[in-house]
Design a protein around this ligand. Sequence first.
Ligand code: 5GP
Ligand code: ZN
Length: 115
Amino acid sequence: MAEDCLFCKIIAGDIPSRKVYSDESVYAFHDINPAAPTHILVIPKKHLKAVNAAGSEDEALLGKLLLAANKIAEQEGLADEGFRYVINTGDQGGQTVYHLHLHILGGRQCTWPPG
Ligand code: 5GP
Ligand code: ZN
């Protein structure tokens, strides 16, 4: 738990969220400002400020994050049509919340390149 971290407060239940999934290492919830019909954020319960703040000790955690996201995408009915994972990293990467999060975007055709 990091002080003044929005997503740590969501994990703690201090800020409400629409939970999609939770296990010992991972929490997932609906994005408050969806950019697609399905827009879910998948986050590690451990505070890491960005994906590139992970170290070798986080190897298993990063795997769990992706495997949980796969399970959620399946449960949300996105797996057949396809979906997109996004991890914005740093200012130019478009990151606004500095607690690692994987976006799951689905339910519409995604375009390439992204903005
Ligand atoms: P980033 O731009 O850092 O990759 O993504 C941050 C995401 O968090 C944004 O899509 C934004 O809509 C979402 N977000 C910001 N504040 C809240 C909040 O209080 N609750 C929820 N559920 N999502 C939030
Ligand atoms: Zn945090």
